[in-house]
Design a protein around this ligand. Structure first.
Ligand code: FES
Length: 125
């Protein structure tokens, strides 16, 4: 759900997110701290999460933007192999403790936007 005060922040073009491909990374403020996040495409839909494993609070990609496993079915943490469902961020195996923090996305006119919330704010320049 998008809350009423939510702002849509343009993130990338639709074509930048390919099925099972590299993620688009971005920064935001989560709970008052600058945090990394990433967006992916899975089964046609776009999804975004904080880049923070729930096993140990570390970034998950060992190569910039590489989150999918070889099958394109799971998001993997490079550190110890926690697996997350790409469409929900739920823990699907390995040492994760709960799901990833999900960030609302929308896609319209070939532009993908992320949506702010009371916990997720844009960086202020
Ligand atoms: S830090 Fe991600 S699996 Fe351990």
């Amino acid at each position: 759900m998008v809350d009423e005060d939510s702002q849509a922040i343009p993130l990338c073009n639709s074509a930048d997110l390919q099925e099972g491909g590299l993620a688009v990374s971005f920064d935001l403020i989560y709970g008052g701290q600058t945090s990394r996040a990433f967006a992916i495409r899975f089964e046609g839909g776009v999804h975004a999460y904080l880049n923070r494993c729930t096993h140990v609070a570390m970034e998950m990609d060992y190569q910039e933007g590489k989150f999918f496993d070889d099958s394109g079915q799971w998001l993997l943490c490079a550190s110890h192999g926690a697996a997350y469902a790409p469409d929900s961020g739920e823990c699907a195996g390995g040492p994760c403790r709960g799901g990833l923090v999900k960030i609302e996305l929308s896609e319209r006119d070939n532009v993908v936007c992320w949506h702010t919330s009371y916990l997720l704010k844009p960086l202020v320049f």
